[in-house]
Design a protein around this ligand. Structure first.
Ligand SMILES: NC(=O)C1=CN([C@@H]2O[C@H](COP(=O)(O)OP(=O)(O)OC[C@H]3O[C@@H](n4cnc5c(N)ncnc54)[C@H](O)[C@@H]3O)[C@@H](O)[C@H]2O)[C@@H](O)CC1
Ligand SMILES: Nc1ncnc2c1ncn2[C@@H]1O[C@H](COP(=O)(O)OP(=O)(O)O)[C@@H](O)[C@H]1O
Ligand SMILES: [K+]
Length: 523
């Protein structure tokens, strides 16, 4: 499990060490980790090190200090280093070390910003050390001008020091221009803003460098499940299992206009290991399901007389079908874990419960928030995904999974997950229906297995968010595997799920020391 923290949490964890006079040591660790990451990245790219040109953009705070000390290390390896000082001062010890190592210093002004941007654009490496966790708002003045110009002609390798400057390290929100990084080298722990869109767009690959504050870190602001977590959390049947003990999912989905959504939701659920799927819906949709997924049991009863462990409601549903909408409300009211997708979202009461997992994309979340009186349109949701998901979970008291390139899950309590394991090829019609099926299948199988989550360090009351994150990760990994860089259809995402399940389950046999490393990369 990868944990991410707000800038404030990281600074509080640093404080006892700073108070005991360890500040310079922490900075050296950060700078060495940054320099080492730059060297590794250049080697991976097959670039030479000696004579390689490095431009470090520096602000006046400790972030600039990290950048200057790192550049001093790189100068010591024979790289041609230039520091662009964007403020009227710079970290004095770091600047002195940089100059001693033979680095060249230039001062940024409004007038020379275009020249320096052109120079940085030609460099082999640009290190962005303008602002870190101490940023108040975005880049301003000549630093903003430089970064805007650099965006037009980006360098071969842009490396952000701790966070891309101008990005809010707590939320991933931006104010003003931000340089897109290929690699963000972040210190002491991942910052939550690097794992939530739009911050994740700017961060590139995130590399965490431990600096010795890790034991003082609090409960993370955000977590990310890794394959080894899936290996621990995914169920496997015991020798005496039968289809009912393995979990039955009830599906209320599809309409005459969108019958395929019900089929895809059922396929997602079947592929994700559920013991049985029972379908409740219009006869024409049921006929299509019988033809496409003969494993599904179609019935005509009500929610109350359909015996299941979890419900999936809403995919491809038509709000005009009163009977179906009544099923949706009954399922959400049943107390059973329920995934509520697409057409179910407008039909549900405002206040729900944590075992109800809502699965909006940004547009649907904006509509939901507007209904609840929180005025956010789609653009506002996309600009502040973490805040929007948190607000929706708080207002509805449900678990909210916000779909997108990064999928965020917010529990109504304190747990948040960010999964980004997929491929943009997943943005294809029906892909969300498959995801709803996977969530439903996992709710039915492990929703009541409190011990499984407690053993994995997850508060049992917060397990609904963990289940949604597990499903998002499985779905995204299946999509990436099925696509392999080429176009994808939703049905193929479902087909790829058992293969991914098998692959990650194999990790549970791995030796624990193979799962840990001191410094790690986030995919
Ligand atoms: N505290 C420590 O000992 C450590 C801090 N580390 C580094 O220190 C960074 C935090 O350092 P600081 O607290 O000095 O903060 P920053 O370096 O992020 O920047 C703060 C400085 O920039 C100015 N500033 C803030 N917002 C601005 C804006 N929008 N435009 C222009 N100037 C602005 C502030 O007045 C302040 O002088 C971390 O991101 C990390 O890189 C690491 O060296 C590890 C150890
Ligand atoms: N750019 C992207 N990169 C990775 N995954 C994406 C991207 N865009 C969308 N997805 C994923 O694809 C799925 C799309 O779901 P949704 O928008 O509900 O589509 P539909 O309604 O057609 O089924 C979600 O799981 C979402 O997280
Ligand atoms: K930075």
């Amino acid at each position: 499990m990868i944990s991410a923290y707000t800038g404030t949490q990281i600074r509080e964890a640093e404080k006892p060490l700073l108070d005991s006079g360890m500040g310079a040591v922490l900075m050296q660790r950060a700078a060495y980790g940054l320099a080492h990451a730059v060297v590794s990245e250049l080697r991976t790219r097959g670039s030479r090190l000696y004579g390689c040109s490095v431009v470090v953009l520096t602000g006046k705070g400790n972030n600039g200090g990290d950048g200057l000390f790192a550049a001093a290390h790189l100068a010591g390896r024979g790289m041609r280093t230039t520091a662009v000082l964007a403020a009227d001062s710079a970290h004095p010890d770091a600047l002195a070390a940089f100059e001693r190592a033979g680095g060249r210093v230039v001062h940024l002004t409004e007038a020379n910003a275009p020249d320096l941007a052109a120079q940085a654009g030609r460099a082999d490496v640009v290190i962005d050390a303008l602002l870190g966790t101490g940023a108040q708002g975005g880049l301003r003045g000549s630093a903003a001008a430089l970064v805007s110009l650099l965006a037009e002609r980006p360098p071969r390798l842009a490396v952000a020091c701790d966070v891309p400057s101008g990005l809010n390290s707590d939320t991933g929100e931006t104010a003003g221009p931000v340089l897109f990084a290929d690699l963000t080298v972040t210190f002491g722990g991942a910052k939550a803003g690097l794992l939530a869109d739009p911050g994740a767009d700017y961060a590139g690959t995130v590399h965490v460098v431990p600096i010795g504050i890790e034991d003082g870190l609090p409960w993370p602001a955000l977590r990310r499940l890794e394959p080894s977590d899936l290996a621990t959390l995914l169920p496997s049947p015991s020798r005496r299992s039968h289809k009912y003990s393995r979990g039955v999912l009830g599906v209320v989905a599809g309409s005459t206009a969108y019958p395929g959504a019900a089929v895809l939701a059922c396929r997602g659920a079947l592929a994700a290991g559920v013991g049985m799927v029972r379908y409740l819906g219009p006869p024409d949709v049921a006929d299509l399901i019988r033809q496409s997924c003969p494993e599904v049991v179609c019935s005509t009863g009500t929610v109350a007389d359909t015996h299941v462990q979890a419900w999936l409601v809403g995919s491809g549903m038509d709000g005009a079908d009163d009977e179906q909408m009544q099923h949706v409300r009954d399922a959400a009211d049943s107390g059973l874990p329920t995934v509520a997708d697409a057409g179910a979202l407008p039909a549900l009461p405002d206040v729900l419960a944590p075992q109800v997992v809502l699965t909006p994309h940004a547009g649907e979340l904006a509509t939901l928030l507007q209904r609840l009186g929180a005025g956010m349109d789609r653009e506002a949701v996309e600009a502040a995904t973490l805040a929007a998901a948190r607000q929706a979970a708080g207002l509805t008291e449900a678990t909210v999974l916000l779909k997108g390139a990064t999928t965020l899950v917010a529990s109504p309590y304190q747990d948040f997950y960010s999964q980004s394991d997929g491929t943009p090829w997943l943005a294809t019609a029906g892909s969300g229906d498959v995801l709803a099926g996977v969530i439903g299948a996992l709710l039915a199988q492990v929703g009541s297995d409190v011990g499984r989550f407690r053993a994995a360090g997850i508060d049992p009351d917060e397990r609904w968010a963990a289940i949604a994150a597990m499903a998002a990760s499985l779905h995204a990994r299946a999509g990436a595997a099925a696509s392999n860089g080429a176009p994808l259809t939703a049905g193929r995402v479902a087909e790829a799920i058992p293969g991914i399940w098998d692959k990650v389950s194999a990790l549970s046999n791995q030796r624990p020391w193979e799962r840990n490393s001191r410094s790690h990369r986030l995919r």
